[in-house]
Every structure is written in C-alpha cells, then in structure tokens.
Ligand binder design. Structure first.
Ligand code: BT5
Length: 259
C-alpha cells in the first residue's frame, strides 16, 4: 500500500521489432529508468535461451520486456526469474480460474484442451553486470494468448495458449494490465526484502520427482528436491547434493500430466 508503481508506469508499444529484449537493452544502455516496458505485436527475431527462437503469430499474444535496475546483489538477481513466473501464474489464475504449474527455471504451464500441462509462457532474463555489481536486468516475457497451438504442429507436444486452456479468446489488453500489476506488486515485495520462494516452490511441478537435467554439456539424473534462494535447483544423487544453476529438465517418472 502506498508504494509507488515501477513496472508499467512507462510502456512503449511497437507494431514490429526484432526482439523486445534487444530494444529494451538499448534503452537501458541509454540510461532509461527502471520499470520501462517495451512491448510488440510482432517480433521478427524473438528469442529464447541459448539462441533458441520464440515464435508467435503477430498480434495474438503478449511479448514484452521490462527494464529493471534492482537494488540487489548479483546473487539475488536470480530471484527475478521465479518472480516473473509467479506473476504470470497469479494473473492467469486470478483472471480465468485456471490452474498453473511452474517448470524450473523459466516456464509457466497450464492444462491444454486435453488436460495435459504444457508451456504457455517462457521467460528470458538477461543481465548486465559491471564488475561485481548488477547494472540492469531485462526481463522478457512471452505469453501465448489468442491463437490455437493446433496451427503449429511442431509445438503441439510442447506448448499451449491461454485460448486453448480457457476454451475461448480472452481480452488481451486486460490480461496485459493485470500482468503488469502482478509484476509490479511482486517486484515491490522483492525490493522490500521479502522472499517469494515458498510461493514458487508450491507451484513447482517437479519437486520430489526423478528428473534428468541437461546443464551445459553435462547430463545429470537425480531427485529434484528443492529450489534455493539463489534460484538454483537442488538435485539429490544418492547422498550428494548438487546445485544446478541453469539447464533443461525432463521429468523421468512421468506424473502423466506434466511435460
Ligand atoms: C524461453 O526460452 O522460453 C524464453 C522465451 C522468451 C520470449 C520473450 S518474448 C519477449 C522477449 N523478447 C524476446 O526476444 N524474448 C522474450 P527457452 O526455454 O529457451 O524456450 C525456447 C523454446 O521454446 C524453443 O526452442 C521452442 O522449442 C519453444 N517455443 C518457441 N516458441 C514457443 C511458443 N510461442 N510457445 C511455447 N514454446 C515455444
């Protein structure tokens, strides 16, 4: 209450850009203050992690990047990914009463038309670091909204849309507004030193399950037991506890609903 809005106080809208993350970074380099949102109807070079592509039909979805200058240590910057995932989950649950699950490190899942949980949102966090301090962070969010994944057969096993989950098209402008408000509220909590970890853990689909993680060129298997305050996934292999900072997770003993 009474805290000043940061995220969404300044929103720049574009019809077409290469990537909102790239454009937001340019604004950051020119000294723009935090909270700026760059959003586009179409990205010609939308990207995921490790040079992967993010592909969405123009004008259907939410694709935006938020410039943040968090007053955190470098280590705490890892809290922004779970924050963004939680904000998307809250927005979808509150607006459409659908249940969400989170997949470490950067996906939000919802049940598609068949009741199988699939990726509806991907998050890309890019940080600029000066020495050992955090200069700025670009938080990129891609949320599939008003189209059906049936138009993209190669993504059907992996991905879904809000429309597929809810059963009809939704008010995209309203969803955007609600999501900015959620992001702003959770960012305010992080800035006040609160932890969002319990809420994040409660929605993580993979805890307690046997998983395989591909991290750089290493592949590891074990039980996913936790995510810590640094955003790392904790993997137990026999008696050893491995802290995984980044990677791709596959759940091995499939809880049938989760990809
Ligand atoms: C992500 O990467 O999931 C992060 C995606 C971030 C996109 C936003 S949009 C606004 C901002 N500007 C940008 O340029 N990017 C951000 P990753 O975990 O690496 O997943 C990428 C993989 O997801 C691809 O290799 C595809 O397999 C799959 N994919 C591509 N398009 C998708 C879509 N629309 N929905 C679900 N999965 C998709």
């Amino acid at each position: 209450m009474g805290t000043e809005q940061i995220i969404g106080r300044n929103v720049l809208r574009y019809a077409q850009v290469d990537s909102t993350n790239t454009l937001a970074r340019e604004f950051a380099e020119r000294g723009e203050t935090e909270g700026l949102v760059v959003t586009a109807d179409e990205q010609t070079a939308g990207r995921g992690r490790l040079g992967r592509k993010w592909i969405v039909p123009p004008g259907t979805s939410l694709q935006f990047s938020v410039l943040l200058r968090p007053p955190f240590t470098l280590q705490h910057a890892a809290r922004l990914m779970p924050m963004a995932a939680l904000a998307v989950a809250h927005a979808l649950e509150n607006e459409y009463a659908i249940s969400t699950r989170l997949k470490w490190p950067n996906d939000v899942l919802v049940a598609d038309g068949q009741g199988i949980y699939r990726k509806v949102c991907g998050i890309l966090v890019e940080s600029s670091v000066q020495g050992d301090t955090l200069d700025y962070v670009i938080l990129g969010i891609g949320l599939n909204v008003n189209y059906t994944m049936a138009a993209y057969p190669e993504l059907v096993p992996l991905a879904t849309t809000v429309q597929d989950a809810v059963g009809h098209a939704v008010d995209r402008a309203r969803l955007e507004q609600v999501l900015f408000a959620e992001l702003d509220s959770l960012y305010g909590r992080l800035r006040r030193g609160e932890s969002l970890l319990e809420e994040y853990r409660a929605r993580l689909a993979m805890l307690g399950q046997r998983i395989r993680v591909q991290s750089q060129d290493k592949v590891m298997e074990g039980i996913a037991t936790d995510v810590d305050e640094d955003g790392a996934l904790i993997l137990m292999q026999e008696a050893s506890r491995i802290k995984v900072l980044a990677g791709e997770v596959t759940v091995l003993k499939e809880n049938k609903e989760v990809v």
